[in-house]
Design a protein around this ligand. Structure first.
Ligand code: ACM
Length: 473
């Protein structure tokens, strides 16, 4: 039976006591709003368990702690009855370090089915993460049904093919790719996440990353000799929205629909990577943020929006550098740290030639675990991992990219900051990876990819020193 020292993320405090309690067992559940938000206290005795939680989230987190204590079999989808399960006696007192513990899932570049998103929510919950940032639109696809604009799903939700590998050459795979979520699918995803104390933050990315929408409704873009198609390339597109009153009105109506689905107090408007941005593009961003404020929501945007001119209070996803986070906080915005050079999990995990698809920075599990947020203070509300999906074309590739580095990020987000990699690594290897096995997660083995996880069809570049960008997406 795993002890308290196997828990991941590590809890704030534990007091082991002799004895065990058979599992599963009836829980005596109490609510104590005096506990810190999302906090919980577990008192485990041989005769039963008292679970005291601050709120619904605290209760969910306590249950995840109990599942971990009962051993990997407690994480299987059904009991297999080969072993009696038990949890150790003692007291656990726990609450998160940050209130925003997020992961972005890019379902625009490569669509993930509803079932895959629901499974991903389970995996976030197992790690006490509480925000799913759903990147729903991009140049390569639009994934949310909007009844007022049917061409967003008829045209913008699929493309004729995809760029092969990471090469910016002419090669395309010729295989149509697409998919979208209906309103009811998204309501189901939100309800499933809410039960697990996870907020789904939708993102509709403007004024760049909008080529799919322009392909469906060309009046959203500038006049072009030939109409734009949904993009079949990776990279940063120069196809921007035309920042006219009509475009603003279109996206206001899109967001009006988004707000009927997502109760999240924070709604994503993108704002990243706008080559050739003009003040009018900035005003479009600011006007949409203001519209959301009039609806009682706050916009979250990537840190480029700080150049958009006056903005209502927002959440800023600081991804480019620490200076962006400092600037956002100085302007009074809440800040989520999403540093590209540490928390972009589509970037490769070793410089081994078998490591699939070299994009961005090289970041090992240890690099990620050792990252300590450079800033603190009330405006730094949390941290967030990113799973951009240009090169994550199956759920198996998402598992490989996400795990186990997302386990390290979960611990950064939840646990007190006195971390020790030499303690973390054996805890992960001996206790947490078996949990991921039981959950059916195809993580990257610590000593490198299985042969079927490598991508010899997309050759890696020569070794480069760590901390240098290998190549841009
Ligand atoms: C981003 O990586 N473009 C936010």
């Amino acid at each position: 039976m795993p002890g308290f020292d196997t828990l991941l993320p590590r809890p704030v405090s534990v007091s082991p006591m002799p004895g065990v309690c058979a599992w599963p067992t009836e829980l005596d559940v109490r609510i104590d709003p005096n506990l810190p938000p999302e906090g919980y206290r577990l008192e485990i005795t041989p005769s039963g368990i008292t679970l005291t939680a601050a709120d619904h989230a605290g209760r969910m987190h306590a249950q995840q702690t109990l599942r971990q204590l009962a051993g990997p079999d407690a994480l299987r989808a059904a009991a297999i009855g080969t072993r009696e399960l038990a949890v150790p006696c003692g007291i656990v007192e726990d609450h998160p370090r940050y209130r925003w513990r997020g992961c972005l899932l890019d379902v625009a570049r490569n669509f993930r089915t509803k079932a895959e998103v629901l499974r991903f929510i389970d995996l976030l919950s197992a790690h006490k993460l509480n925000v799913l940032h759903l990147h729903l639109t991009d140049d390569q696809g639009w994934r949310i049904e909007v009844p007022a604009f049917p061409k967003l799903t008829e045209i913008a939700s699929w493309r004729t093919g995809s760029m092969v590998g990471r090469h910016d050459g002419p090669e395309r795979d010729g295989r149509p790719h697409g998919g979208f979520y209906t309103t009811d699918d998204l309501r189901e995803i939100v309800a499933y996440a809410t039960e697990r104390a996870i907020t789904v933050v939708p993102e509709i990315d403007v004024p760049g990353h909008s080529r799919a929408a322009i392909a469906a409704y060309p009046e959203l873009g500038p006049e072009t000799e030939t109409p734009w198609e949904v993009w079949t390339s990776w990279g940063i597109s120069t196809s921007l929205l035309d920042p006219t009153p009509n475009t603003l009105d279109f996206f206001r109506r899109v967001f009006e629909h988004v707000l009927t689905i997502f109760p999240s107090p924070v709604i994503g408007i993108g704002g990243d990577e706008v080559p050739g941005a003009t003040p009018a593009h900035g005003r479009l961003v600011a006007d949409l943020a203001t519209y959301l404020a009039t609806q009682g929501r706050r916009a979250v945007g990537w840190d480029e929006v700080l150049d958009a001119g006056p903005l209502p209070p927002m959440v800023i996803d600081a991804w480019r550098d620490e200076a962006a986070a400092t600037r956002a906080a100085a302007a009074g915005h809440d800040v989520v740290l999403c540093p590209e050079d540490h928390f972009y999990l589509d970037h490769r995990q070793s410089d081994h030639p078998d490591e699939p698809i070299p994009v961005g920075y090289l970041r090992t599990l240890e690099d990620v675990y050792r990252y300590e947020p450079p800033l603190d203070g009330p405006l730094i509300i949390g941290i967030q991992a990113q799973l951009w999906s240009e090169h994550l074309d199956t759920v198996r590739r998402v598992d490989y990219a996400a795990f186990p580095r997302l386990c390290a990020i979960a611990e950064l987000a939840w646990s007190p900051p006195n971390r020790d990699y030499a303690e973390f690594l054996p805890r992960l290897r001996d206790h947490h990876l078996p949990r991921l096995d039981a959950l059916g997660v195809e993580y990257r083995p610590l000593d490198g990819p299985h042969p079927w996880q490598s991508r010899p069809d997309v050759p890696t570049t020569a070794h480069r020193p760590n901390q240098l960008p290998v190549t841009l997406i």
